[in-house]
Ligand binder design. Sequence first.
Ligand SMILES: CC(C)(COP(=O)(O)OP(=O)(O)OC[C@H]1O[C@@H](n2cnc3c(N)ncnc32)[C@H](O)[C@@H]1OP(=O)(O)O)[C@@H](O)C(=O)NCCC(=O)NCCS
Length: 140
Amino acid sequence: MRIDDVPHVFKINKEVLDSNWGLLLYKHELLDLNTRAFVYKVNDVIDGYVIAKYIGETSDLLQIAVKESKQGQKIGYKLLTYVWELLKSEGVEEMILEVKEKNEAAVSFYKNFGFKTIYKRKNYYGMRKDALVMRMRVND
Ligand SMILES: CC(C)(COP(=O)(O)OP(=O)(O)OC[C@H]1O[C@@H](n2cnc3c(N)ncnc32)[C@H](O)[C@@H]1OP(=O)(O)O)[C@@H](O)C(=O)NCCC(=O)NCCS
């Protein structure tokens, strides 16, 4: 992901994720040496992106999103595989993420990939909106 990809990434975020990340936060992450961020681009059009960050042996998956019209075509899988393989080659041993429990598509996407739920954060996203913390280790 480059700085000039950010407006397109921001648009995908607004369409399918609606996190509170602003343009500046994406740009800030790109300047962080511990951040690994990639876009999935075909004919110069960005269909999805992934952003992960690591400290030592642990990486946090910060965001992954695919345009609605392109979901279900293994783009998310390719993005996550790419960043996970890269992080492993850099010495990362586990990846951790938080996901809304009610986001069934994302939960099942992560399970399918190999993540396991390690605990639940009650009301993390507001009343009765729990978060699952999921983890995947190199040797799982
Ligand atoms: C979650 C997301 C990144 C998955 O990307 P994707 O490209 O649509 O998913 P893929 O095609 O790579 O799917 C890989 C596997 O994940 C699972 N999966 C993906 N979408 C699913 C869905 N809607 N329901 C159930 N399982 C799903 C399936 O097991 C699938 O394998 P299969 O097609 O062989 O059954 C994408 O749907 C998305 O951007 N969602 C909105 C943003 C979001 O919720 N991000 C995560 C927030 S924490």
